[in-house]
Write a protein that binds this ligand. Structure first.
Ligand code: 6PG
Length: 465
């Protein structure tokens, strides 16, 4: 790259990404809203600090950098990004690029791209996945922007990215918002997979009475098989962990209220807006939202008095159900990507998206190699669930998924993601459904009309005769 690199925002992700850039031999300017963070970072960088130029503010950093500049923003999504851009713009010149490496709403990325391009500047919306460890050692990087800007930064982005058998997990996926959109959907899938795992844990713990450490062992075993993935791997570790002093399961100290910063919700909102519905992802977002209502749930436990009973499910059945749920989560994510690609004319390369998710990111799993293969081959109706390899896996695992949903329902365990995944599969495998009745009702009360099976005209029912 011929650009001078700068990074603003040395929080957890920013400092990890900065060290990664330095590690790869690139000189780097850095700054942060507070000076102490910069000083601490320089100290932490140790020998890597040699190639580091710290600055006291974003503007001071821009002024110290030689043009052309590439300034990476690693600040919280939303207002802070707009504020940083506003501060920077008067100090930039034609040929400079602002890179937003946060979890931005892709609508914002599209707007910022337009606004900056109108001022002769360039913007790159870069989704980065992999948490702190990924940012430090190699994340998966989903880029949106012009070809020219991407080519200018490609070398450094590929250098810092994770590698899957030597292939960098970084790609330009389309213009402006495409990278952040794909990152958002990545997170939607992440939410669904985490929720499916949590539901599985719930059935084992509260339905089978297994201790967390024992459940952790089962997950560790699953991680050697078809469920091999980062999320299953870390779940085993979380379940195994104990309190330093008491030796009790670490989980038992954690309040059962999940936070969310927006990406899961945005996935659902964008899906619905495009006439899609991603039931497993929706269920995961709902589960987090409901979890936040701890007092309501505590009152409900008393006022409704429903109980959670025992379930008879084997490890193998839970493993198969989790596999089926996970396939649906990925499939629904890719359906949203397809809808967005059509709507915005992105021509997204779905196989490439799957490929750059094979290493570095949070949803990396052994399934992704099969998914990229499936997208390179023939997909009946464009559906991942119909690709021969996945149709076969679903046929084998569906009975277990049914059993898990049924057992959970009968014993009073909430399993919204499993239920949502199954409902999707059952709907998509029912040739003649029940919306004929919905259409009849709509026509009855509102003369909405309907299409006829035989193609004949006559769009109103006899109730109007
Ligand atoms: C990743 C993660 C990361 C982060 C998200 C989700 O891909 O590295 O998705 O971006 O965990 O911000 O966070 P919430 O669960 O707080 O919404």
């Amino acid at each position: 790259t011929n650009a001078t690199l700068g990074l603003y925002g040395l929080g957890t992700m920013g400092s990890a990404l900065a060290l990664n850039i330095l590690d790869n031999g690139y000189p780097l300017h850095v700054s942060n809203r507070t000076d102490k963070v910069v000083d601490d970072f320089v100290a932490e960088a140790g020998p890597l600090a040699e190639k580091l130029t710290p600055a006291r503010s974003l503007v001071a950093m821009a002024q110290a950098m030689e043009a052309p500049r590439a300034i990476i923003l690693m600040v919280p999504a939303g207002r802070p990004v707009d504020e940083s851009i506003a501060e920077l713009v008067p100090h930039l010149e034609h040929g400079d690029v602002i890179v937003d490496a946060g979890n931005a709403d892709f609508n914002d990325t599209m707007r910022r791209t337009r606004e900056l391009e109108a001022q002769g500047l360039a913007f790159l919306g870069m989704g980065v996945s992999g948490g702190e460890e990924g940012a430090r050692r190699g994340p998966s990087i989903m880029v949106g922007g012009t070809e020219a800007v991407w080519e200018g930064l490609r070398e450094v982005i590929e250098a810092i990215a994770a590698k899957f058998e030597g292939d960098p997990c970084a790609a330009r996926l389309g213009p402006d918002g495409a990278g952040h959109f794909v990152k958002t959907v990545h997170n939607g899938i992440e939410y669904a997979d985490m929720q499916l795992i949590a539901e599985t844990y719930g059935l084992m713990r509260y339905g089978r009475g297994m201790a967390p450490a024992r459940i952790g062992e089962v997950f560790a075993g699953w991680n050697k098989g078809r469920l091999q993935s980062y999320l299953v791997e870390i779940t085993a570790e979380v379940l195994a962990a104990t309190d330093r002093e008491t030796g009790a399961p670490a989980l038992d100290d954690i309040l059962d209220r999940a936070g969310q910063k927006g990406t899961g919700r945005w996935t659902v909102i964008e899906a619905l807006r495009m006439g899609q519905s991603a039931s497993a992802i929706e269920a995961a977002v709902a589960a987090r939202s409901w979890s936040a209502e701890k007092p309501t749930r505590e009152a409900g436990a008393v006022l409704l008095g429903f109980t959670r009973g025992a379930v008879e499910l084997t490890d193998a059945e839970l493993e198969a159900a989790l596999l089926a749920g996970r396939i649906v989560a990925y499939a629904q994510g890719f359906r949203i990507l397809r809808a967005a690609s059509d709507e915005f004319g992105w021509s997204l390369d779905f196989a490439r998206v799957a490929e750059i998710w094979r290493a570095g990111c949070i949803i990396r799993s052994s399934l992704l190699d099969d998914i990229s293969g499936a997208f390179r081959g023939d997909l009946p109706e464009g559906q991942l669930i119909f690709a021969p390899a996945f149709a076969q896996m679903l046929q084998q695992s569906a009975p277990a998924l049914r059993k898990v949903v049924a057992a959970a329902a009968l014993a009073g365990h909430a399993a919204p993601a499993f239920s949502g995944a199954l409902a999707f599969l059952d709907t998509m495998s029912t040739a003649r459904g029940t919306t004929d009745l919905i259409q009849g009702q709509r026509d009855f009360f509102g003369r909405h009309g309907f299409e006829r099976l035989d193609g004949r005209a006559g769009q109103h029912g006899p109730w109007w005769d």
